[in-house]
Design a protein around this ligand. Structure first.
Ligand SMILES: Cc1ncc(COP(=O)(O)O)c(C=O)c1O
Length: 386
């Protein structure tokens, strides 16, 4: 991000950085370049583009935009959030050790334990909300601490400034999965993190119509390694998907404001409902890390989990929802409601879920931007089924 760009507000950058009018036609929407290759004038003479796995103009624009929103020096986009996390992990080597949060999105430990561990990488899972546990887990061969804050679905926070301080003292990099908050409400790089990853499938795109992932970097070497991995491994994002995200981020600021307003109202409703046995939302004053949430984030977002008491109760209510849609995923304009034990965290297994506190009665809601009274009435009538 240039110094001039830094002066501009978030929503202005979301709409304009990388989204400048097309120099050829003046089109205000970034053109989609659906090409696999580029004509060269003579051997070794081209216009900066040779082959689409290596680079694409639509992708360049998106990478510039997302780097600006997270305050990084650059970013690289991948075919999904998991492809982005895989790219980060493959920047390291066999024998390297990674410390991870014990309550990550279920697909991340699945990748680490069932794929990358087979290639000699080592993973330790700790409760990253306790910085002492992170510090104690650091070994000689530790290269990275991978943190999700708030966690999915328990909404536990990790203190990013405290973690980066202990990690940097031991030359360990900190990578933050910022999917739940989006750069609008949380800026991990400003708090000291070395890289940020997102599933752009969620809030950044915001319309539940395309998968994607991004890694935002603070150092040139990270960016070069990731560009090499795009070329070498090929899990790049298609130009059309890049364009969907470029379109989506234009409204990120207004969507996040509405998500946050609706999230607070729904959390308040659930906290006062007699059939709900517990609510996990950092915006509630009784959330154990409410003070950290106020310090580290500029909003609380719209991800909420709550306890219905049993699998039977969860299913009874989930069968009844009408405005909310029972589906995996999150961060879209529509309210999505899901069941972590059988969906996002099925791969963790019953013992793994028990260890971290994910019960069969837990329900997670990604509050959308519909009229909030309609969402609340829908939840109210669905909870009546319990
Ligand atoms: C926090 C988080 N990180 C990463 C991912 C993986 O992203 P994708 O589904 O785009 O591969 C998800 C998916 O739900 C997620 O919730």
């Amino acid at each position: 991000m240039t110094a001039k760009e830094k002066e501009k507000g978030f929503a202005t950058r979301a709409i304009h950085v990388g989204q400048e009018p097309d120099p050829l036609t003046g089109a205000v929407s970034v053109p989609i370049y659906p090409t696999s290759t580029y004509v060269q004038e003579e051997i070794g003479k081209n216009r900066g583009y040779e082959y689409a796995r290596v680079s694409n103009p639509t992708r360049d624009r998106l990478e510039e935009n997302l780097a600006s929103l997270e305050g990084g020096i650059g970013s690289k986009v991948f075919a999904s959030g998991m492809a982005a996390i895989n790219a980060i992990a493959t920047m390291f080597q066999s024998g390297d050790h990674v410390i991870c949060g014990h309550n990550l999105y279920g697909g991340t430990p699945r990748l680490f334990n069932q794929v990358l561990a087979n290639f000699g990488m080592e993973f330790t899972y700790v409760d990253t909300s306790d910085v002492n546990k992170v510090e104690r887990a650091i070994r000689k061969n530790t290269r990275m601490v991978f943190v999700e804050t708030p966690t999915n679905p328990l909404m536990a926070l990790s203190d990013l400034q405290a973690i980066t301080k202990v990690c940097h003292a031991r030359k360990v990099e900190v990578v933050v999965d910022n999917t739940f908050m989006s750069p609008y409400f949380q800026q991990p790089l400003a708090l000291g993190a070395d890289m940020v990853v997102h599933s752009t499938t969620k809030f950044l795109n915001g319309h539940s119509d395309g998968l994607g992932g991004v890694v935002v970097c603070t150092k040139k070497e990270q960016l070069e390694k990731l560009a090499f991995l795009q070329k070498a491994a090929g899990a790049i994002l298609s130009p059309f998907e890049c364009w969907l995200i470029l379109r989506g981020v234009k409204t990120l600021a207004v969507r996040m404001e509405q998500h946050d307003r609706n999230g607070r109202a729904v959390a308040g409703f659930l906290a006062n409902h007699k059939k709900v046995r517990g609510v996990f939302y950092p915006g509630l004053s009784d959330h154990p890390q409410h003070e950290l949430a106020k310090r580290q984030m500029s909003g609380f977002g719209s991800m909420i989990s709550f306890e219905t008491g049993s699998l039977k109760n969860a299913n009874k209510m989930l069968r009844k929802v009408r405005v909310c849609s029972l589906a995996e995923s999150l961060g879209g304009v529509e309210t999505l409601i899901s069941h972590p034990a059988t969906m996002t965290h099925a791969a963790v297994g019953p013992d793994g879920r028990k260890k971290i506190g994910i019960t069969d009665g837990m329900v997670r809601i990604s509050v959308g931007v519909e009229v909030v009274d309609d969402i609340i009435s829908d939840l109210d009538q669905a909870l009546d089924a319990i």
